[in-house]
Write a new protein. Structure first.
Length: 429
């Protein structure tokens, strides 16, 4: 009997221990759930007290950093129904932003509600970004000295104690209204008239009836505010454009530098004389700018290197030709002091040896330069790199302009052209 009582007592003790263990486990579970609930409530209060302006500021700074990294001056950040459009000016350390909420901007009683929709806003922004010219080299130089964005904005916000955060301020969004714009920018068929026709119709008698037939408020993209013709043409063989630029500059009597994109290249004979100490070429379109005689080739390379280090603004005398190969890209360069206009092939540091080998091959074909191959004037190592299409170019090789591909523009190759091509290939190989 004593053993039975002891066994019963042992079973009762084990049951008490089991109940106590289950109670402790349940209490610990409840404590964990309560702690989790407290953390969630604390996070909700932190989010509610988080300054909205700080969050937007950090997000905008992050977008600015990304925009600079991909080399563009426009960026957009979309957050649910809110659009934040960013613009980076000539100073890459600044950013301008514009906030719009299309769901609030579009109102039924607004005659211009069409272009306030989300699609219209985004489409207009994309068009503006596409038509914007690429940043100049000075912009890249300034961007290289900016601090690197190395943290996420969540990390910055989490480092701010909850007690130090200011209460959330209510800043209700106010829909914007464009003053002085009373009709849609969409051209109807009746208003799609040539610019000169619209100008001829304007008179004192018709001044009161211009509500429906008035010209589009958007300026003619081919005419600047000053009335001078602007163009994006990159045709380097147009003598007519060259004459227009020269006459316009002389009429204005200013010292504005002509756009290098609209100026003619020097001839092969001209650059051959520069490279090998030959005579001047009077047929060169830039003959009047070269002086009485060619400068020394080493002097040309020195002047070109010095100029590329300082001439880095929007009107710089070195612009990309938007032609790239497996190694390097082509630029149009003008030596400002002597008017030599030619091609510069730029390569990144990884391709420097290939460029030097190419220059060596040009030297080997010296007697063919200017006849079957371009004239090569040598290589320089840039003081400051040139930035183009996400590439960083550190070496330039100067060449005469070889023209456009023969087989690309010719519908049919005649016998004379074929014989010249065969002769060139025979000399090269």
């Amino acid at each position: 009997m004593d053993e039975i009582e002891k066994l019963k007592e042992q079973l009762r003790e084990e049951q008490r221990l089991r109940v106590a263990a289950e109670s402790r486990a349940l209490e610990e579970q409840q404590q964990r759930e309560l702690e989790q609930h407290r953390r969630e409530e604390a996070e909700k209060r932190a989010d509610a007290s988080r300054p909205l302006t700080l969050q937007q500021y950090l997000e905008i700074c992050h977008s600015l950093s990304l925009a600079i990294e991909i080399i563009t001056d426009h960026a957009a950040r979309l957050s649910q129904e809110t659009y934040v459009f960013l613009h980076i000016p000539d100073d890459p350390s600044c950013v301008y932003y514009s906030v719009c909420v299309p769901s609030l901007d579009v109102q039924d009683d607004d005659e211009t509600r069409l272009h306030r929709t989300a699609v219209a806003q985004a489409f207009a922004f994309v068009l503006q970004a596409i038509r914007s010219p690429p940043p100049c080299q000075a912009w890249h130089d300034a961007a290289e000295h900016l601090d690197t964005w190395a943290v996420e904005y969540e990390d910055v916000l989490q480092s701010i104690p909850v007690t130090d955060r200011k209460p959330r301020r209510e800043t209700p969004y106010k829909a914007q209204r464009w003053k002085g714009f009373v009709r849609s920018p969409i051209w109807t068929r009746s208003r799609c008239l040539p610019p000169h026709d619209g100008a001829q119709q304007s008179s004192g008698d018709d001044s009161d009836d211009d509500d429906d037939e008035s010209p589009c408020p958007t300026p003619n993209p081919g005419v600047s505010r000053g009335g001078a013709l602007t163009t994006t043409s990159t045709d380097v063989g147009s003598s007519e454009m060259q004459e227009q630029d020269g006459s316009a500059a002389s009429q204005k009597g200013t010292n504005v530098r002509p756009n290098i994109q609209h100026r003619l290249y020097c001839t092969h004979e001209c650059l051959r004389g520069l490279a090998f100490g030959g005579p001047m070429d009077e047929e060169c379109p830039n003959f009047a700018n070269h002086g009485n005689m060619h400068i020394n080739l080493h002097e040309f390379l020195r002047l070109a290197r010095d100029q590329l280090a300082v001439d880095r603004g929007k009107d710089a005398n070195c612009v990309p030709l938007y032609l790239s190969g497996s190694r390097g890209s082509l630029f149009k360069f003008c030596l400002s002091s002597h008017g030599y206009r030619l091609v510069a092939k730029g390569v990144e540091a990884m391709d420097t040896e290939h460029l030097r080998y190419e220059n060596k091959m040009y030297n080997y074909l010296q007697d063919l330069q200017g006849k079957f191959v371009p004239v090569c004037l040598g290589i320089i190592n840039l003081v400051k790199p040139y930035y183009y299409d996400s590439g960083v170019y550190e070496d330039f090789m100067f060449l005469s302009y070889g023209g456009r591909p023969v087989l690309k523009d010719l519908g049919k190759v005649n016998a004379d052209v074929a014989n010249e091509i065969l002769a060139a290939l025979g000399r090269l190989h």
